[in-house]
Ligand binder design. Sequence first.
Ligand code: CMP
Length: 144
Amino acid sequence: MSAAPGPVDAQTVLRSVPLFSSLSKSQIRTMATTAKERSYRDGDTIVKQGEKGIGFYLILGGRARVEKAGQKLADLGPGQFFGEMALLDELPRTADVKAQGAVKCLVLSPWEFWAAVGNEPEVLRTLLKETVRRLRSGAAGLSE
Ligand code: CMP
């Protein structure tokens, strides 16, 4: 008999996320206890293009689709993040992110995010690298 999947433990997921691999156990623990867990149903719009967004999202379970004008830009899964662009430039969200089935996220407010990683160059470097990659891949759709 195979065991049913247990509840998602934010600390366990956070420890396995490449973005946060340079953080200590206590930094991970602090992040897991201050951030909020949010659940979404299939089809829910988690962040909406054009809205003034705050918050950084890390997927704990399930999959989410990044779309711009109905066109798919990316599919994201556990351990991946979104919402970093509006967090960084404080401008409206660049795309919709929609739940594909049930999704659970850990959501950090800008304050929580900067308190947790503002002085962590490795985390910021990884974040920047992924953000630039996304901007390159979505460049055609971001030139409005
Ligand atoms: P933000 O603009 O805050 O909200 C929408 C999010 O979608 C954005 O941050 C990124 O996290 C994500 N996103 C935008 N464009 C892409 C892309 N080309 N590939 C992957 N993710 C993207």
